[in-house]
Design a binder for this molecule. Sequence first.
Ligand SMILES: [Zn+2]
Length: 447
Amino acid sequence: MAGPTVTFLGGVREIGGNKLLIEDGPDRVLFDFGPSFSARREEYYVDYLQPRSTSPAKDLLEFGLVPRLGGLYSRDALGDADLAWEPPTVQGIFVSHAHADHAGYLDLVDPEIPVYVGAGTRTLMSAIETSTMMRYGEHPYRTFTDRTPVRFGRIEVVPYPVDHSIPFAYGFIVRTSNGSLVYTGDFRQHGPRASDTREFFRAAAEERPATLVTEGTRAGPDARPNLSEAGVRSHVDRLLADRPELALACTYPRDIDRLLTLHAAALEADRSLVVSARTAHLLTTVAPQFPGGGVPVPGPGRGLLVYDRKKKRHFNWEKPFLDDALSAEEVRAHGRRYLLALDLLHFPELIDLRPPHGAPFIHSMSEPFSEDDVDDRVMHNWLDHFGLSFHQMHASGHASERELFEIVRSVAPTTVFPIHTEHPEAFRAAGPSVRLPELGRPYPIGR
Ligand SMILES: [Zn+2]
């Protein structure tokens, strides 16, 4: 009888889009299911041109953008695709964290297949569904408990919390009939939950796994500075000290750690952090779930306020935040009181905000990956027009190459597969156990 295998159905030589199928005899479990950030999808689908809502799986299968796996997709998603619907052949899908490149294709999945997530991730996903166009579909959701095994016949999955740029992120130890596989998900060890990451890799090393599947986002050429979350805080503190005018910041909408950093820095500088209604909704929803508390919710005296963006119509979920929301006129009149988080999408507000020439704009996101980045060019056009001073202050959600290689050595598996990277070959420098995975090919798990 064939032994356990792992097959990479995505995330190979691309950032994001991990899809690991682990099979052991009759048992099959999938890990993560989202689109990658690679340019390949954009060869066929861009902003205005998207798969049809009547057959999204069919339209993605056409170009090999999702795996050709029977017993995975829903009837609705397949439409009349040449891959016929069949009853589920996968016992569950584990989602490592709520970023789109790991969870964004769940809407294509058969509604009978259970989706396993951390309790916090479930909360984040429902906040995202309420306040955006994102849809994950109907599924039986099973929330797992930290470090508590979940069993599927011969396969046992143990979820471990890790530090990443979204809270409630997990790595997994997967035990099979012929040894263990460690799957890292996305991780870093320079954020507020760095000790979780270290504990995960300690447990991973003790497991003496046959296989390590690691993310490698920052492997290979990477000239960007290696700032920690605490480093971002001290940079922002220094910038805001004694500034007399409005300060602006731009960050990822779900990077709660960064919002907490900006909030703390705003308080230190005797300011309030001003966020969108969407961010306020997210923070309010996750606050009760957050380990150790400490997530601020909007309200007087809490240093967190909501910006009243000009809109013709407000959604119901926005309404609770609007009564006390700040107008552009208030922010313009008393700029010194505020650190305003403003997404690129909402830059037209600058026309009313009219920040004084030289006011600081904190870009608390990744630097552009290419020199012809359209968003980056447009952002700088706006900043130049309003004479804002640009400050790059960001900590990555991912471990550095040096840290990745140290982890490979300390876990010491028989075989290492780098995924979620455009430079898997860079891992060759980490040791002889490294193997570059090929898409769709089953690799045996075993020492
Ligand atoms: Zn990712």
